[in-house]
Design a protein around this ligand. Structure first.
Ligand code: AMP
Length: 121
């Protein structure tokens, strides 16, 4: 059972990027999401795919978000393909601080371009 973070009126970092209040290298944008290059990449390709709907964590998703979550998965695959790594990429969602989440606005990490070991740290 996970309790949601306290509601905040403040915009998340990613809302500010979506609103062009903070600069980012944008590689994709559509009605539902934006894709930006991670400012601290862990691989030659490290893109964050961010829903425009500001959902703090994956575990905060509700059944009405099913189509949005599917859109993100399919778009992540299209982006990996466009980057030249359609056959070898990794998608990561860090859910919660103990799992490594630092920005509390759902995002998929798209990581590719080097050998990726398993299990991750
Ligand atoms: P997580 O730790 O899963 O919440 O991932 C947050 C990611 O956001 C990290 O990989 C950071 O490097 C990345 N990040 C933080 N600030 C920025 C920024 N201004 N532009 C692009 N990526 C960022």
């Amino acid at each position: 059972m996970s309790s949601p973070p306290a509601p905040s009126a403040a915009k998340t970092l990613f809302e500010k990027i979506i609103a062009r209040e903070i600069p980012a290298t944008i590689v994709h944008e559509d009605d539902l999401c934006i894709g930006i290059r991670d400012i601290n990449p862990t691989a030659p390709v490290h893109i964050l795919l961010i829903p425009k709907k500001p959902m703090p964590r994956l575990c905060d998703a509700v059944p009405e978000d099913q189509a949005l979550l599917g859109h993100l998965m399919l778009k992540a695959t299209a982006i990996a393909e466009a980057e030249g790594y359609g056959d070898a990429y990794r998608l990561v969602v860090n859910n919660g601080a103990a799992a490594g989440q630092s920005v509390f606005h759902l995002h998929l990490h798209i990581i590719a371009g080097r050998p990726l070991k398993w299990p991750p740290g």
